[in-house]
Design a protein around this ligand. Structure first.
Ligand SMILES: NC(=O)c1ccc[n+]([C@@H]2O[C@H](COP(=O)([O-])OP(=O)(O)OC[C@H]3O[C@@H](n4cnc5c(N)ncnc54)[C@H](OP(=O)(O)O)[C@@H]3O)[C@@H](O)[C@H]2O)c1
Length: 454
């Protein structure tokens, strides 16, 4: 294969019944996912060799701290803290990157690809920020770069967009792609738990990191949506092109009012293509209780894509965790291994938003141009005429009210909480009117502004 280091040694196969040279694999990272990949390669060695037609041999695993206790099944002589033992080893043809973060992972990925090694990564941040550049490097070196595990854990959405569903012109992606936020929102909806309590529980259960910012602020979902939108629309949708709002401001009463109105609240990652405009956003939104996504609970993920030929297709499953992520990483690894020396050389991977097929002329639309229904929760002075003042401001911005709920009043403070839902309106008009509403002397607080996605 062009640009490929010559494969010189059998690579340590211990399976005499499987003919052929072993395919040597280097593993960058031996944590939650890396540990699962290593265990699968070691424990299922014979089954994998039978499937691929030759042994797949885990040759080295890179860690940061060699002294750390590891799974006893992993031989200590496999472990190294020197990346060059993998990146500069000509006998290693396949590298799996499960370190995470941008640095040093990006440089390791570049070195592996430039050295003619095939690569599998689970790294959403790197693929969202540097995917096109890395995929172009992979094409130049005629090697594969696969990244199924970067979105949706065990849900095979990346491969489906690149292969099985590639005949489609996609119109939309609607997804729940962060299990931590979905767990928190499910607890808040079902058990009236407040946000901080639900987050603490998610941390106790191991569903949220000690520093949960990436999840609860929507950053993780932005990376994943950037990858999915690039694959679906053949246009780069950079993380900074995606509007983002986290979930920390939500309060139990938002869920109560939403449910009374017939909606669930979910943190959605949505990208749409309409009239040559792409719009992408991650935010908590109301969705009708009958919508399939409203029924996705706990740490589960779901991705719904709408294609011109296939119509709506929904993927549902575990979006993270050792097992599902290992499933995706090892699946990619076996796909590459099975065709490693086939002629012609393995087909270059399709790039998220890069040059294969050619990038389309779509524009990225600002959130200001979004048009949808809105849910507003406000604390106001409990006296006559207040609603009329608010309605006048909304009316002047062409926003028409669909419903008003007034439930909680505080006689001592003479305040009331109201919830207004609107007919479809423009985001820029809603934001402008809220500035004006907030300045009314009778308005104590604008507690929530949520979009309604129908
Ligand atoms: N965990 C999941 O459920 C999940 C799901 C989907 C995708 N992913 C992605 O998979 C990747 C790995 O996640 P993870 O949960 O397995 O992470 P993790 O448990 O923190 O493991 C990271 C591994 O990389 C090693 N490492 C970190 N920095 C290093 C450095 N500078 N040099 C050498 N080794 C280094 C660590 O070494 P030590 O062991 O010595 O600390 C550890 O073995 C991330 O990109 C993540 O986004 C994870």
């Amino acid at each position: 294969m062009a640009g490929q280091p010559e494969h010189k040694t059998p690579g340590g196969s211990e399976s005499p019944e499987i003919p052929g040279d072993a395919i040597n694999v280097g593993l960058l990272g031996l944590g939650v996912v890396g540990g699962g990949v290593a265990a699968t390669l070691l424990e299922q060695r014979d089954a994998i060799a039978a499937r691929v037609g030759r042994p797949v041999n885990l040759k080295k695993a890179l860690v940061r701290d060699a002294a750390r206790a590891r799974d006893a099944a992993i031989p200590t002589d496999l472990i190294t803290t020197n990346p060059e033992e993998i990146l500069a080893d000509g006998d290693i043809r396949l590298v799996v990157e499960v370190i995470g973060g941008v640095s040093p992972a990006t440089q390791y990925l570049k070195d592996a690809l430039a050295g003619g090694k095939h690569v599998v990564t689970a790294n959403k941040e790197v693929m969202a920020k540097h995917g096109p550049e890395l995929l172009s490097l992979a094409r130049q070196n005629r090697v594969n770069l696969l990244f199924e595990a970067s979105v949706g854990g065990g849900i095979p959405i990346v491969g489906c967009l690149m292969k099985e569903l590639q005949a489609n012109q996609f119109r939309s992606i609607r997804s729940i792609i962060n299990g931590t936020t979905n767990y928190i929102l499910t607890r808040m909806a079902n058990d009236h738990t407040d946000f901080h309590q639900a987050l603490a529980e998610a941390q106790e259960q191991g569903y949220a990191e000690a520093d949960p910012a990436n999840d609860i602020e929507g950053i993780d979902a932005v990376y994943k949506l950037s990858i999915l939108a690039g694959l679906a629309f053949h246009h780069r949708v950079a993380p900074e092109d995606i509007y983002r709002q986290g979930i920390a401001h939500l309060q139990p009463q938002d869920f109560r009012y939403a449910s009374e109105l017939g909606y669930a609240i979910k943190s959605l990652a949505i990208a749409t293509l309409e009239n040559e405009d792409i719009q992408a956003r991650v935010y908590p939104a109301l969705i009708p209780l009958g919508d399939m996504l409203a029924k996705v609970d706990g740490v589960y993920n779901a991705v719904e894509v709408e294609g011109g030929l296939c119509g709506r297709v929904l993927f549902h499953g575990r979006g993270a965790g050792r097992g599902p992520t290992t499933s995706a990483v090892v699946g990619d690894l076996l796909e590459i291994a099975a065709k490693l020396d086939s002629e012609p050389a393995p087909a270059p991977s399709a790039a998220p938003g890069a040059a294969s097929p050619p990038e389309r002329p779509w524009r990225i639309k600002s959130i200001d141009d979004l048009e949808c229904k809105y849910f507003l929760r406000l604390n106001i002075a409990d006296r006559p005429g207040v609603l009329a003042q608010i309605a006048r401001i909304l009316g002047e911005q062409n926003i028409s009210i669909a419903s008003v709920l007034q439930k909680d009043t505080n006689p001592a403070a003479q305040t009331a909480e109201i919830v207004i839902t609107t007919h479809p309106a423009r985001e820029s008009s809603v934001q402008k009117s809220l500035e004006l509403v907030a300045n009314l002397e009778v308005v104590q607080e604008i507690s929530s502004l949520l979009r309604i996605e129908e």
